[in-house]
Design a protein around this ligand. Structure first.
Ligand code: ZN
Ligand code: ZN
Length: 242
C-alpha cells in the first residue's frame, strides 16, 4: 500500500493515508498526487476525502493525468461505490477538486512549510497508465518512479537532473516469478539491476513495493544481487530528508 507524505500537506499516492495518519494529520493534507489507479495507490482516497470534509474552505486537490482521473471518477467517486465529492456539499463548494496534469509539463504546489514544490510527471511502463514524478523543492530533487517495469524516459530525466538527491523505485517479485513481473510490468531484483545501470548519477536509491508474501525472499535476493548502485529498503513511518 503506497503513500508518501511531503511537508505534512502533500501526499503522493493514497494507498495508506487513512491508516498511517491520525484524523488531525489527514485534515492537514491539502493535496494528493495519484500516479495510477491501482487500489494499492488509491484505496484510502475516498476515506481521506470523507475525513477531511469541512476541515477547510478550500477543497482537497487531487493531481493526476486525464487518464488516471477518468479511472478515479469511474471507480471511486461514481456515486455507486462512493459519493461524488466534487458535488458535495454542492458543486459551488466541492470537497474535492481534480487538477489535471500533463505528462512532461511542470506544475507547482505552494503554501508548504519547506517551500514550493515543482513537479513533473513522467510516463513509466506499467500495466495501466502510470506516471513517475520528478519533485523539486529548493535546490533538491527526487525521482519517484512509481510502479514500473523496464522503462527509459524517467532514467533520462534522472540523468539530466543536476540537483537529483535520491531515487525511489520499485521491486515487487523475486526472480523466480520473473514471468509474473513481466506480464504485470513490475520489477524483480534482476530487472532492477538492468534498470539501475541506466542511472548515471551517484545518488541514494530507495526501494518500495515489495509484495508482502515475498518480503524475506526479496531481501535476501537483493542482498545477493550485484547492483550498479547501493540500495536501501524504504522504512514505513520514517522521515527522510533530501
Ligand atoms: Zn500498480
Ligand atoms: Zn502498486
Amino acid at each position: 500500500m503506497t503513500s508518501f507524505l511531503i511537508d505534512d500537506r502533500v501526499a503522493v499516492d493514497a494507498g495508506a493515508i487513512t491508516r498511517a495518519l491520525t484524523i488531525e494529520e489527514q485534515r492537514a493534507l491539502r493535496h494528493v498526487l495519484i500516479t495510477h489507479t491501482h487500489l494499492d495507490h488509491t484505496n484510502t482516497l475516498p476515506f481521506l476525502i470523507e475525513n477531511s470534509f469541512g476541515s477547510s474552505d478550500e477543497p482537497v486537490s487531487i493531481f493526476c493525468t486525464k487518464r488516471v482521473l477518468a479511472g478515479v471518477r469511474r471507480h471511486l467517486f461514481n456515486n455507486d461505490t462512493w459519493p461524488d465529492f466534487t458535488r458535495i456539499p454542492n458543486h459551488m463548494y466541492p470537497s474535492v477538486k481534480f487538477e489535471e496534469i500533463e505528462i512532461g509539463r511542470p506544475f507547482s504546489i505552494d503554501g508548504l512549510p519547506g517551500g514550493v514544490l515543482e513537479i513533473v510527471a513522467i510516463e513509466v511502463n506499467h500495466i495501466v497508465p502510470t506516471t513517475g514524478l520528478l519533485i523539486r523543492q529548493g535546490d533538491s530533487s527526487i525521482i519517484f518512479t512509481s510502479d514500473t517495469g523496464p522503462t527509459e524516459r524517467i532514467w533520462d530525466v534522472a540523468n539530466a537532473t543536476e540537483d537529483l538527491a535520491a531515487v525511489i523505485t520499485e521491486v515487487s517479485f523475486p526472480n523466480r516469478l520473473q514471468d509474473v513481473a513481466d506480464v504485470s510490468l513490475h520489477m524483480t531484483p534482476q530487472t532492477l539491476a538492468v534498470e539501475l545501470a541506466k542511472l548515471r548519477r551517484r545518488v541514494p536509491v530507495y526501494l518500495y513495493h515489495f509484495k508482502p508474501p515475498y518480503l524475506e525472499e526479496l531481501r535476501s535476493e537483493i542482498a545477493g544481487t550485484d547492483l550498479p548502485h547501493p540500495v536501501e529498503e524504504l522504512e514505513q513511518d520514517r522521515v527522510y530528508e533530501f
